[in-house]
Structure formats: C-alpha cells, structure tokens
Design a protein around this ligand. Structure first.
Ligand code: TUI
Length: 315
C-alpha cells in the first residue's frame, strides 16, 4: 500500500518520515517510527556532538531498520555533529535552518542519503544541484522555524521544478493530508506534530497535553520581525514576546529571550514560560497513541479516502 520512490531510496515500508524536532526527536521516538515502517529521525538540534553520538548508538540498539539524523545548521556544534554522523555512517541525513552545501561531499563519502528541508522552490533547486537525493519542502503550517509558503502552494511548484523526489511537510497529520500531499506531487510526507503526541515520544506529558488541547488558531508565529519566524503554541511567554515585538526588538535580544525556552517546555513541562513549538495541524490531534498506530492509521485512512474519491467519479 502506497509504495513510492522514497520507499526504495530509503529502504522503508511506508513513505512517512518523522520530523527532526530538537529535544523531542530522541532515539526512543526515532526507533519507534522506524520499527513501525517509517523513517525515524534523531534530531541533533543544538546538542553537543557527544550527545548526538549517544543517541545514534541508542537508536541502533532499539531498531535494526534504517533511520536518519537531522542536523540543524544553526547549531554551535554543527561541524562536530557532522563528523559524528560521518563516523557513525548514519544512513539518512536531513537538514534544517540553512544550506548544507558545504557538508554534502563529506557526507556522501560513506553513502549518506542527504535530504535537506527547504521552504522555497529556489532553495529546492539549489539543493538538487548540490547533489541532494531528495528534498523535503516544508510549508508555513509546520512548527518551529518556518518559511512563508503554504504546503498547498509549495509542493506542486517544487515537484514541477526538480527531478529528485519531493517530500511534503507542514500541516500533515492524517490520511487526508497524506493523500493530498501525494496528489500535489510528493513521493512521501514528513510528519512532526502528530509524532509529538505519540506514546514513545519523550517530551513532557504537559507538552503533549497542550498539543492535544490546542485548537486551529493556537499555533502562532513569533519573531516574524527578525526574519527568523518560529511557530509555537500561544502561552504566557508568547503573549509577552509578541507584545515586545510590536514595540520593536533586535534579533539578538529576541534570541536572548528565546534561549533555552524549548528545552524547559519539552523536558521540564514548563508550558507557560517555555516555547511549545507545534504546527497548525495541532488542532486535529486529539489523542496520544503509539507510532505504529499513527502510521497504520495514516495509511488506512488514506486508502479509505482514496476509495471515497474514486466513488465520486461515478461510472
Ligand atoms: O529547521 C526547521 N525547523 C526548526 S529548526 C528549529 S531550532 C531553532 N529554533 C529557533 C530558531 C531557529 C532554529 C526549530 N524548528 N525546519 C526546516 C526549515 N529549514 N525551515 C526553513 C528552513 C530553511 C531556512 C533557510 C532552510 C534553508 C534556508 O536557507 C537559507 C540559506 O542559507 O540560503
């Protein structure tokens, strides 16, 4: 059911990748997604290289399936992290928040499949030219650091512009979204927020509960004024931040205000003073369930949906 080029490229059963969410995407989550037939991804985020290496080793203890590491290009430890990924020969590398061009040749030495996450067609084309194996295009519906375009507009334009497989991200949490993404020309989806609300995700229960309770307009964009917009759930911290932004604040001061806020939300469960990154699709998520159920649910739901669409065609 729903075998695509991405399944062959990454040697996975279901064309569903897990988003590389800093602090959230640990070995436990990545292994659970990979064991369920998708591609689990360990997020390096801003973590030092030793921690990333520990997580890679742990993932290998928990699964014998392919998995990936997401490298966040703004990390202060980026060079060391890339070295660890190389040493550990991680099969798939996704990247975020920048251009991975300068690491491409080095990672390809051992045969990594490199899949940058980008928010525009121009960057998708540039990443194709640089030698990417596939490209994740992420719509502004996504959580965390985002671009301007919606998934609906970005995916077909990217699919038309590049020859490598396109993976759609941003706003996808169920079979309807999955099928829509394939209809737009994607060969797979990347799912983030839905996997936060999984049993295996190690984020604090308060974080997961806040996502479950969220409605359609609760995931708002902060830091737009700085050119580095970040989507998070509205809380005390965000209301204060938006008020200060309205008055005008420098990028440095804003970064200072945001420092450490994701960690306190994810690990300590401080969901009022922390940064609860989440996508717009949080409003659709009403439960916490195992990754296996999330993945089989998406595929089953998509299959049912396809039948329904077919019946609309009449004879
Ligand atoms: O990377 C993400 N999402 C993230 S990273 C992150 S950690 C962070 N927290 C606060 C501020 C900044 C980072 C939280 N969420 N998604 C993939 C993504 N990549 N979205 C947008 C981009 C992107 C942006 C610019 C990719 C490439 C790019 O290139 C600019 C250039 O260098 O040409």
């Amino acid at each position: 059911m729903f075998k695509t080029k991405i399944c062959d490229l990454l040697n996975i059963e279901a064309p569903i990748l897990q988003g590389g969410m800093a602090w959230v995407a640990t070995a436990e989550l990545a292994a659970a997604v990979s064991n369920a037939g998708g591609l689990g991804v360990v997020a390096a985020g801003n973590a030092p290289a030793e921690i990333v290496e520990e997580q890679i080793v742990k993932t290998r203890q928990l699964t014998d399936k392919p998995f990936g590491v997401n490298i966040m290009l703004l990390s202060p430890f980026i060079d060391e992290v890339v070295e660890v990924v190389h040493r550990q020969k991680v099969p798939v590398v996704t990247t975020g928040a920048g251009n991975p061009g300068k690491y491409m040749a080095y990672l390809k030495e051992y045969g990594a499949k490199i899949i940058p996450v980008v928010p525009s067609v121009a960057l998708a084309k540039r990443m194709e030219r640089a030698g990417s194996d596939a490209i994740i295009v992420e719509g502004t519906e996504a959580g965390g650091h985002i671009g301007e375009l919606t998934t609906m507009a970005l995916v077909p334009q990217a699919a038309q512009a590049v020859s490598i497989p396109v993976i759609a991200a941003g706003g996808i949490a169920d079979g309807r979204g999955f099928l829509a993404a394939l209809s737009l020309g994607a060969q797979a989806v990347q799912v983030g927020t839905r996997f936060v609300c999984s049993t295996e995700c190690e984020a604090h229960d308060a974080y997961k509960e806040m996502l479950v309770k969220a409605g359609d307009r609760d995931a708002v964009v902060t830091a737009r004024s700085t050119g580095h917009p970040v989507r998070v759930l509205k809380n005390r911290f965000v209301k204060e931040l938006l008020a200060i932004e309205k008055e005008g604040i420098s990028l440095e001061d804003l970064e200072q205000m945001g420092a450490g806020k994701l960690r306190i939300a994810v690990q300590d469960g401080n969901i009022q003073d922390g940064s609860v990154m989440a996508g717009q699709i949080a409003g659709l998520i009403n439960d916490i369930k195992p990754c296996k159920e999330i993945i089989t649910g998406i595929l089953q739901d998509a299959s049912d949906q396809l039948e329904k669409l077919n019946s609309l065609k009449g004879e």
